[in-house]
Ligand binder design. Structure first.
Ligand code: SF4
Length: 379
């Protein structure tokens, strides 16, 4: 994690576990961190990108952008798993549901547009689409319906993928399968840095993903692209502290991985969760909505578990379709090149109740967050 103490930066919430909870919302520490940011902001424009809907909610809900120096901007990249799930996977899920299987998935996924219909619209037309909170819930549905095929449409990053792996490895019933659309965060950071024009000065890495993969998982990306990466927690002070660490690296010309969330994230991560992932899945190339195909950024179910792979069980074909409606700027938002208010469709007609693009559908999507918290450019 760079091996450097956080000298010069007001200590925020970096003490592992011993930090009393009230310090997480300490105004004096917040003021000290903001002072630090203003005193140490580099003279050039600095764009910091996070890839986490929860980070965006913390930033927006607490007005953190209004506290930043004028040359520092923080944007959400492809941090919403619902938003980055491509139409080709959605279309497969719809086709499987239309063939009579029970399709289980997370609530937001039922509202994301596919090429023809959403899963919610398929349900309105008679398909059996159910909202669950986890892969384990979908197994319960399968056990209760032994005469029906039950498919869990699995989306999400390294945070949710171990839960899917655990279910696959726990001898699920024969009528249960997984349509796997899990994605991997380090590969996405790699792709953002490799997609010109690159104006990203540093990343905030998502704390929950990092609890699984460990801070060390970002080291190759930081070195390959000479870009600072700081693991960040979810409290306002966590975010301000992580931004301070990025700015310090920028000023000092360093590009290292630093852990700004040591009370939850270790260097090596959760080895048992990583073991489950390796047993159930093999890395594969994957299509991200609005971004395209990213090498090594997805997870395929291993051949040994193919009997529970919905792609084999149903062999439905789907074409890579149009990932965003005309006029929608989701691609630019997901690539951290635009903010939601840059889109002419923001708010009229695109709202969470009648979303035009995927970034307004997922509750963690940047457009949805900005709409809910007031759509101010410097929120
Ligand atoms: S406001 Fe709507 S249409 Fe515009 S980028 Fe966001 S989701 Fe797409």
């Amino acid at each position: 994690m760079g091996g450097r103490p956080a000298l010069g930066i007001p200590l925020a919430v970096t003490e592992p576990r011993a930090t009393p909870p009230f310090l997480l919302r300490d105004p004096a520490r917040a003021r000290a961190l903001v002072d630090f940011l203003h005193r140490h902001a580099p003279p050039e424009m600095v764009r910091i990108v996070h890839v986490c809907g929860t980070h965006e909610m913390t930033i927006a809900e607490n007005g953190l952008r209004s506290l930043l120096p004028s040359g520092v901007e923080v944007l959400e990249g492809p941090g919403c798993p619902v938003c980055v799930t491509p139409t080709v996977d959605l279309d497969r899920a719809v086709k499987i549901a239309e063939r009579g299987a029970i399709v289980c998935t997370f609530g937001d996924m039922t509202r994301v547009p596919g090429t023809r219909v959403t899963l919610a619209e398929a349900r309105a037309q008679g398909a059996d689409v159910r909202v669950v909170l986890s892969a384990a819930d979908a197994v319960v549905v399968a056990r209760k319906n032994p005469d029906r095929d039950v498919v869990f449409f699995a989306v999400g990053f390294e945070t949710t993928a171990p839960g899917t792996a655990a279910v696959l490895l726990d001898d699920p019933p024969p009528n249960f399968s997984v349509l796997c659309s899990h994605k991997l965060i380090p590969a996405a950071l790699d792709a953002l840095m490799a997609t010109p024009p690159t104006r990203i000065a540093g990343f905030l890495a998502p704390g929950h993903v990092s609890t699984v993969i460990g801070a060390a998982a970002y080291r190759a990306v930081a070195a390959r692209h000479h870009v600072p990466i700081v693991v960040a927690g979810f409290e306002p002070l966590d975010i301000l502290y992580a931004i301070a660490l990025v700015l310090r690296q920028v000023r000092e010309g360093r590009a290292e991985v630093e852990n700004g969330y040591p009370r939850a994230v270790s260097e090596e991560g959760n080895l048992r969760a990583q073991e489950l992932l390796a047993m159930a899945f093999a890395p594969c190339d994957a299509v991200w909505r609005g971004i395209g195909r990213i090498p090594g950024s997805g997870l395929n179910i291993r051949d040994e578990l193919a009997r529970h792979d919905a792609r084999h069980a149903f062999s439905v074909q789907a074409e890579e379709g149009e990932d965003k409606p005309p006029g929608c700027l989701c691609s630019e938002v997901l690539l951290a090149r635009a903010v939601p208010t840059d889109c002419p469709l923001f708010r009229d007609p695109c709202t969470p109740l009648s979303p035009v693009g995927p970034c307004m559908v997922g509750s963690e999507g940047a457009c949805s967050v900005w709409y809910r918290y007031g759509e101010r450019p410097h929120l």
